[in-house]
Design a protein around this ligand. Sequence first.
Ligand code: UGA
Length: 436
Amino acid sequence: MLKLSVIGTGYLGATHAACMAELGFTVVGVDVDQNKIEQLSIGNVPFYEPGLDELLKKQITAGLLSFSADFSAIKDCDVHFICVGTPQSKTGNAADLSFVNSALEKVAKFAKPGSLVVGKSTVPVGTAARLRSQLKQINPDVELAWNPEFLREGFAVEDTLNPNRLVVGVIDDKSEQVLKQVYSKNLAAGIPWIRADLPTAELVKVAANSFLATKISFINAMAEICEAADGDVTVLAKAIGYDPRIGNKFLQAGIGFGGGCLPKDIRAFMARAEELGAQQALEFLKEIDAINLRARQRVIELVRKDLSNDLKSKKIAVLGAAFKPDSDDVRDSPALDIAEQIRSAGANVTVHDPKAISNAQKRFPNLNFESEIEKTISGADLVLHLTEWKIYRELDPAKLKSIVKTAIMIDGRNALDQDKWRAAGWKFRALGRVAK
Ligand code: UGA
């Protein structure tokens, strides 16, 4: 049985490590963050991801999964997965590759001859080839492949154990065979296997995320048109979604996409295209980004309209802080961006979220946070629904009406039942829908 190492133990790496152990491999997860390693070693996942906690504890107890802050722990491993982050650089749109570069250097130092380094991080096309030549200079008997990851936060375990496709960028048959061994259970289950060269494998990932971002911004552009023409974007989305060539997924209009992936990936893709002299091909992504950011402003406009353009000292309740439900990730969260902008315009803003409060507090110390929905909403002049957690759909509008000052609900995610809220006496607003 192959021994695996996973370098970087964030959302991607911790999940990958636990899932590879679940597939039966002995896995060591390595990270420079000593604190994270200590937590993971005792079975604590330092972020919220459904099902991961249980899986991690199970595999640590089974003796298949361990963690270390010492990179020499990888020296007996046959395959090394690089799962470190590639955030947007502080100075521009390009990806910051410093974590990938430093991970590669460390792996190159300790990898045994004949082992395979497999990149999973999202990188600008051309990175894998560059890393491979650096690796070969330090450790000529080690090969490099690229195997992009498509997991969604909130479904990370499910997506890793049952991916909808496996893409491997390889230089030779031997690397492909090693990866086929790693994923033999997935292959036996009939999961499509796509062999590609290194640049194509890198591109598949950013192309997929760009397509998803485009779909979301497309429906948000339709929402703007519906608002101008008194249409209803939720009905429009449903109707076009029945065409199997379009499909009904990722057509939920609202305050748009955020998180640690889609926004920075489309920007890094544009930056890379420019370096390659192919910027014209991705000009449209600028518009995708602009439509996405505009959705946040459109919600703020609705708030202003309903409060006669005077936000000073108004009490606004915000439901949701995470960039999407079933996650405590607040990176580039549209909900928090909106909450902060309303606060800086003079409103008194209180935010509720079932899982993301502590992360949100660190980034936005000036916002108020509440762990109980009733306390968040009590006395509010207006309520904003900005992350579509299931608990918010289950709220009783009639009961809540008695505790707010003014019963105005703005649904930034088009996820609440507007008829139910209106019937309970609320003024209900949503993006891309007729105001009644
Ligand atoms: C995304 C991709 O979906 C994954 O396939 C990819 O592996 C991952 O990025 C990554 O690159 O690591 P994720 O960031 O977890 O996954 O979140 P998504 O489910 O894609 O949602 C992204 C954002 O779009 C969220 O803010 C969500 O609220 C928003 N969204 C999604 C909409 O506004 N409307 C929709 O219809 C769907």
